[in-house]
Design a protein around this ligand. Structure first.
Ligand SMILES: Nc1ncnc2c1ncn2[C@@H]1O[C@H](COP(=O)(O)OP(=O)(O)OP(=O)(O)O)[C@@H](O)[C@H]1O
Length: 481
C-alpha cells in the first residue's frame, strides 16, 4: 500500500477482495471521519485507487489492508481461478464485480465441479453472472459451434443477458495469444431478424446463444441450429417457462430430444421455484437433468430481499390516479416502475383503452416532476419496446408504466420505487414485480413497494404477505381534489 498524505490519495494494491460497495460499506461505518460522497475509486488490473477526502484516510487504508490479510471470504477471482479464462476475470474486475454475492459463493463451486444445478435465489442476487461464469469456464472460443444456450421467457430479458455476456467477453487486456479469437454471442429472440441469423448460424455458429423458446424451436426444427456440441444449457425464469402453456412442450422437447442431459451441464434459475423438492424429482425422472442435480437455495427463509419496504394505500377506484400522483410527489423516487394490470380480452373486444394508456395520459397531464414518463407493454411493437428500454437505461430518471412484461428478470438498478397500481394476480408475481427494485447486491439502502388497493383487495394482499412472509404497512394519503 502506498500513501500520499499531501493529496490524501491512497493506492492500495492487492485490493481484489474489495468491491466498491464493500469498501464503501466498510468506510461508511466510519462515517464521522468521512464524507462518502467524496469517495471515488478506480480499478486497474489488480489495483484500486481510493481517493479519500481527509487525513484519516491513511488509518482507514491501513485497516482495510489488515482486513485484506485476515479476510477468509474468497473473492470472485479466487472462486473462478483455474476455471474462468483470465481475460474474462480481468473484465469482471474492470466492471467492479470483485466480491461474490451469496448465490455466486454457494453455486459456483458446485457448477465448476460439473454438477447440474437448480439456482434458487432472491431477485437481484446475481444469478445471471453465476451461470455466465460457468459458461465461460466451459466454452472454447476457437471452436465454431454452439456450446452454450440460455433460454429466456422474453425478448427484453434476452437482450439484457446478451449484453452482459458480450460485456464479459469484451476483454481489453487480452494477451497476444488470445487476441485472435473472442467469444461470439448471438441473440435469437422473438421479433428479431431471423434471416440474418440463419446465414450467420450456418456460416459460423456462435459459441453462446441467448434465445426465446419460439425462435429457438423454429431453428431447431429446420435443423439450422444444431446442439451437438452443447456443453451448458441454462433455462432462466424456469418456473415461468414451465407454467406457460404455449412454451412448455417446446421446452420439454429441447431438454430431452434436441440434446441429452448426459452430454451437457444443465442449469435452471429462478427466484421462485414452488415445490422445489417436487421440481428436483421431476428433473431427474424426466431426464431434464442428471440424477445428481443440486438445488442451491440461498436465503430460504426470506424469499424477498430484506431492503424492500412494503406499503399499501386503500382508496376508491376513481381515486387511484390521484393517489398515485400524491405518492410520486411525496416519495420523490429516483426512478420508479408503475405496474398496471393487463387488459382483459373482454375489454379489448369492447374497444376500451387499456389501463396503461389511462395511467400514462393522466401522468403526462398531471405529473410535474423531472422523471421521463415511459410505457412498455406487450401490445407495443418490438421496436417501440426496445426504444422504451433504451430510454429507461439512459440514466436520466424514469417512471416506467408497464405490465408484467418487465416483471421477470429485467435489471434496472436505478429503480428505487415500485408502485402496484393494480395488484398482481399471484404472490409469485408480487415477488418478481417487487424484485425490480433493490438490485444493488451490497447496498443497504431502502427500496419501496407501494400497493394502491381497493378495500376489498386487502385480503388478497394479506395472503401475499403470509405466503411471502413480509409485512405491509398502511399509509394514509391526502389527495387533492
Ligand atoms: N458480484 C457482484 N458484485 C456486484 N454487483 C453484482 C454482482 N453480481 C451481480 N451484480 C449485479 O446485481 C444485479 C442483479 O443481478 P442479476 O440480474 O443477475 O439478478 P438475478 O438474480 O438474475 O435477479 P432476477 O431473479 O430478478 O432475475 C445486476 O445489476 C448485476 O450487475
Amino acid at each position: 500500500m502506498a500513501s500520499n498524505s499531501a493529496s490524501q490519495i491512497l493506492a492500495i494494491t492487492k485490493t481484489a477482495p474489495y468491491s466498491k460497495p464493500m469498501a464503501s460499506r466498510f468506510l461508511q461505518s466510519r462515517r464521522p471521519y468521512l464524507n462518502l460522497c467524496c469517495l471515488s475509486q478506480k480499478f486497474s488490473n489488480d489495483n484500486a485507487l481510493f481517493c479519500l477526502p481527509n487525513s484519516k484516510s491513511f488509518l482507514l487504508a491501513k485497516e482495510l489492508e489488515e482486513r485484506n490479510s485476515n479476510n477468509h471470504s474468497p473473492t470472485l477471482r479466487e472462486i473462478c481461478l483455474d476455471h474462468v479464462p483470465g481475460n474474462v476475470l480481468r473484465r469482471l474486475e474492470e466492471v467492479g464485480y470483485l466480491v461474490p454475492t451469496d448465490v455466486q459463493k454457494e453455486a459456483l463451486p458446485v457448477l465448476f465441479s460439473g454438477n447440474d444445478c437448480i439456482l434458487h435465489a432472491q431477485t437481484g442476487s446475481g444469478k445471471t453472472l453465476t451461470y455466465l461464469l460457468l459458461i465461460y469456464s466451459q466454452i472454447n472460443p476457437k471452436k465454431s459451434a454452439v456450446q452454450a444456450l440460455i433460454v429466456v421467457p422474453t425478448r427484453e430479458l434476452g437482450m439484457q443477458i446478451t449484453k452482459v455476456a458480450r460485456m464479459l467477453a469484451a476483454a481489453r487486456h487480452m494477451g497476444p495469444e488470445l487476441e485472435q479469437k473472442s467469444y461470439t454471442v448471438m441473440a435469437l429472440l422473438d421479433g428479431g431478424m431471423l434471416r440474418r441469423h440463419k446465414s450467420w448460424l450456418k456460416a459460423e455458429p456462435p459459441a453462446i446463444v441467448v434465445a426465446t423458446i419460439g425462435s429457438l424451436s423454429q431453428l431447431l426444427e429446420k435443423q439450422i441450429l444444431k446442439l451437438d456440441s452443447l456443453r451448458v444449457l441454462v433455462v432462466d425464469e424456469v418456473d415461468f417457462l414451465f407454467k406457460s402453456s404455449k412454451q412448455v412442450s417446446s421446452l420439454r422437447k429441447l431438454l430431452t430430444s434436441y440434446s441429452s442431459c448426459n452430454n451437457r451441464q444443465t442449469v435452471f434459475a429462478s427466484a421462485s421455484i414452488l415445490q422445489h423438492r417436487r421440481f428436483r424429482h421431476d428433473c431427474i425422472q424426466q431426464k431434464w437433468t442428471k440424477g445428481d442435480v443440486v438445488h442451491v437455495h440461498v436465503n430460504r427463509i426470506m424469499p424477498m430481499p430484506a431492503c424492500l419496504y412494503h406499503r399499501f394505500v386503500i382508496c376508491g377506484r376513481k381515486a387511484k390516479h390521484q393517489v398515485l400522483l400524491s405518492l410520486l410527489q411525496s416519495d420523490l423516487p429516483e426512478s420508479g416502475i408503475i405496474f398496471v394490470g393487463e387488459q382483459s380480452e373482454k375489454s379489448k373486444k369492447s374497444g376500451q383503452a387499456p389501463s396503461t394508456t389511462a395511467v400514462i395520459d393522466f401522468l403526462r397531464a398531471s405529473y410535474e416532476g423531472s422523471l421521463d414518463i415511459l410505457l412498455l407493454e406487450e401490445d407495443m411493437n418490438f421496436n417501440s419496446r426496445a426504444a422504451s428500454l433504451t430510454d429507461v437505461r439512459k440514466g436520466d430518471g424514469y417512471l416506467l408504466v408497464s405490465t408484467d412484461i418487465v416483471a421477470r428478470g429485467i435489471d434496472l438498478p436505478e429503480t428505487t420505487h415500485i408502485y402496484n397500481f393494480d395488484l398482481p394476480k399471484t404472490a409469485i408475481d408480487y415477488l418478481h414485480r417487487a424484485g425490480r427494485t433493490c438490485r444493488k447486491p451490497f447496498s443497504d439502502k431502502k427500496y419501496y413497494v407501494t400497493n394502491i388497493i381497493l378495500s376489498e383487495e386487502r385480503f388478497v394482499l394479506q395472503r401475499f404477505e403470509n405466503e411471502l412472509m413480509f409485512h405491509c404497512e398502511e399509509l394514509t394519503i391526502e389527495t387533492q381534489g
